[in-house]
Structures are given as structure tokens and as C-alpha cells.
Design a protein around this ligand. Sequence first.
Ligand code: HXC
Length: 519
Amino acid sequence: MADRTIDQLCEDLLARREKSSQGGGEKSIAKQHEKGKLTARERIAKILDPGSFVEIDEFVEHRCSNFGMEKTVFPGDGVVTGYGTVEGKTVYIYSQDFTVIGGSLGEAHAKKICKILDLAVQNGSPCVGINDSGGARIQEAVDALSGYGGIFFRNVKASGVIPQLSVIAGPCAGGAVYSPALTDFVYMIDKVGIMHITGPQVIKAVTGEDVTSEQIGGASAHNTTSGVAHFFAANEDECYGQIRRTLSFLPGNNLEEPPFRDTGDDPGRADISLREIVPTKPNKAYDVRDVITRVADNADFFEVQPLHAPNIVTGFARIGGHAIGIIANQAKIMAGCLDIDASCKAARFIRICDSFNVPIVTFEDVPGYLPGLNQEMGGIIKHGAKLLYAYSEATVPKITVVLRKAYGGSYLGMCSKDLGADVVLAWPQAEIAVMGAEGAANIIFRKEIEASENKEETRSEKIEEYREAFANPYVAAARGYVDRVILPEETRTAVYQSLVLTAGKRDVRPRRKHGVMPG
Ligand code: HXC
């Protein structure tokens, strides 16, 4: 090199960069496009602010010589890594390149991902991983497995320190699925992303079941039934929009506050139409998202896991510009009762909010835990306990609004004062009691009802008596379990005031290594 001019050396660098940026080459790129998929670099460009991407490790190569691999060397080794910005904030990113040896993961490929995770943690910025890979590079054997191990280990160490987001933009199979599963949010692109532990052929051989990849690993299956994924995207563009939107609600790391955004919506705005949304009859359905959008800034609600366990609603919004995490019982699905899936979904979301200093606002209208053999034998006790655990463990501001029913254990489960709610607000139609008036009257007045001449009349009278006594917010308010009974239209302002009030909250617990999560 000594006899080459600086211009020649620069030309050489540019040529090397160009080769690296071509991944597996033109033919492979065309094949990727034919499958309706973007390339690794095109994906990064869609997520980050224009022109902000800085690539690192573009000349990393594998050092495997098994099965003639020394002849199959591509600079970058099948994963594009680096950093850039989203709305001006630093984000680390890696994107597997299927055009290079099927995006398969070997020692060098894994080391690049590990470096990105280490940098993201060290510098306190989120990490986005785009998965599109044939899995462990078969020729690299145990080095490939070790590579996955290093990634899992880092995912866990980074958990709760920086936000970690995983996109499934191609195959993600076998043990490879566990890196996304260890991160905070999983985004799946319809008909593009596939995620499963074992494929259809193995399942057929082992259990005899005939299944398709889509059935066991498609975006729809994992967003609805399994709950492995949190976001369903119809196409790549929609997915990358979801990533940017998620990041807009989260801080770079656990020591920062979530970003404030001036939304221009007056916190003092009163929406009288809230009076019409929640019926006063305890068993009439409505869509709780109609409450949320009226309370949130500019009716802007970003729902997380909308397709899984829809009897509970989780998501991000802003009030007075401050990011909040919302948990709400959905009265129009299974009457908003708590079952295994709903408890797990909400508990996990609460822990994400708590990790990243996002205050939690709970809208409560819950009749109880779902009864049944399936629920009991599925472990509703241990899974339901996760919700109590997550709420009690959370030290961020916790604001609960009782919209209507708050019965029994589920009253506690939806963040009562006793689980550490900082502010409990209740609407006038709130019913805070051990159970609904009908069930309660049938138990405590059973003897009187049975002894009476007109049983039905006595039953109705007793139900009414109980309702008058307990089906209201004032008994709980008289004990201080409810801080304020408010008009529905005062909700937005009252929640905003509560957020301001609790902004400097300190909740210091005894030191421990970590708690033991139920389940
Ligand atoms: C090495 C691989 C590879 C792999 C794909 N390729 N997967 N090379 N190791 N794991 C190569 C192919 O040989 C091919 O090379 C190129 O990538 C493109 O793959 P195609 O098969 O042509 O693509 P397509 O038809 O789209 O099929 C994609 C696929 C298939 C479904 C992912 O490639 C496949 O089944 N791959 C093997 C998947 C697998 O069993 N992986 C191991 C999983 S176990 P050429 O040179 O022909 O272009 C695992 C354990 C992890 O990952 C454990 C962690 C704890």
C-alpha cells in the first residue's frame, strides 16, 4: 500500500464499501424483492431519520472453512449493524441480510449483533433488531449456537435498561425465536414474518399434525392466539411506522424520562360526551377505547397487542404532552373480565411502563376473574397473581379511574389504593363492592328470600337494598379508598393534575436481588 496515493487508497475504500453494501449481490437482491421483501439496508432506511444511519463493522468476515465456506465470504457477514436517529434520538439497529447465506447466523454475525447491544446499553439508547434469517449457520456448528447464546445473555442484561424492539421480517425459527421473545416488543409483518420453534415437517414427524407455517408461525397467529407478537403490520411500511411510534413514547433508557411532546391539546378540556359512553346499568356493553380517546391528547391512542386478549386494552397515549401507559378493561369483550391471557398481557405491559418511567393510568370496569375449569387448570391463580405483582412492584405514578364495576379480587387486581395507586378517581356510576348486587343479595339474604311468601319480590327488594347500600363509589370514598368522585367530563383534567402531582414521586423499596415473579 505504501506506494499508492491517498486518492488510490480512498478509491479502494469506496470500492470495498460498495461491495459490502451489495450484500449477496444483485441476483440475491432481486430474489428478495421478488418475495415482496425489502433488503436489510432498505429496512433500516425506513426506520431511521433520513441520512442518519452510520454503519459499523461493514468489513467483518467469518473465519469458517468447513464445507468450502472459505470460498463463501461476504463483507459484513449477513447482518447490517450501526446506529442513527429516530426523531433526533439515537437508536442502535441491526438488520439481518437474507441475501447473504440466507441471513444465517455464525460466530462473526453474532459478534456484530452483540457489539450493537453492548453499545446500546453502554450509551443508553434503544436497540431495534430486524430478523430475517435461516437460523444457525449450519456450517459453523457450535460457534453459531454460542453466537445465539451471547445474544440471549445480552438481551436479558439489557432488559429494563434500554427498550429492545424486534421485527420479524422473514423466517425466524428454532432457538432463534428466543432473542425476539426476550425483548420488549415483537412486530410481525403479515405473510413476510414467520416465527416458530419447529416447522411443519418436524411437527408432522413428531405429533402427526398437519399444519402450515402460517398457522403455527404467521403474524396473525402470533398476534391473536399465542400473544408472542405485540404488533401486526399489513406490510413493511406499516411496521416501520409502528416502530417509530413506539419509540416516540419511550425514553432512551431507564434513567431518563419519556419524551415530552407539546400536543397543543388543553389539559383543562372537558368532554361532556363522556357522560353518554359508559351506561349506568352494570351489564351493558360499550367500547372503553371511546373513553380513552376522549381523555387522551388529540384522541391519539397507540394500542399495544390489540388483537390478543382484547378483553383488556393496553397502550400508550399522552395527557398534557406527558406519555402515559394505559390499562383498561374492555366491557364489550367478555364483559371485561380478567382471564389468564388478559392478566399476562397487562402485567407485562405494566412492567415495561415501570421499567421506562412511564406513568400508568388504569381505567377500571371489571366484573371479576373468568370462572371455569380451563381457567383454573390453566393456572389463573398464578397468572392472575402476575397482575397484582406487576402493579404492586411498579414504582411509577399509578392513577386509577373507576368507571363502573370494581368487584372483589379484580377490584384489587386493577390497581386499588392498597396496591399502591397514588390517586384513585371514581365516576358517579362506580360500584366498588365484593360482588354485584344480585349475587350479593342472593347470598346474604338467602334465608329471608327462601322464607318469604313471594320469593321473587323479596329477592328484588333485597337486591335493591344492597344496590342502594353498596353499588356506588361513596362507601369506598368514605374510607379514603377513593380519593375523589368526579364527573366523567372532569377525567382528563383530574388525570393531568394527578400526573403533575406525582411527577416527583419517590418510592424506595428494600434492596433485594430481584423479586420472584409468580407463574
Ligand atoms: C447455512 C443457510 C441456512 C442456514 C439458509 N441458508 N439457511 N445456510 N445455514 N441455517 C442458505 C441456503 O443454503 C441458500 O444458500 C440461501 O441461504 C438461501 O436459502 P434458500 O433455502 O434458497 O431460501 P428460501 O427458499 O427462501 O428458504 C428459506 C428457509 C430455508 C426456509 C429459511 O433456507 C431453510 O429451511 N433453511 C434452514 C433452516 C434451518 O433449519 N435452520 C437451522 C434452524 S435451528 P444458496 O447458496 O443456495 O443461495 C437453529 C438453532 C438455533 O437456528 C439455536 C439457538 C439456540
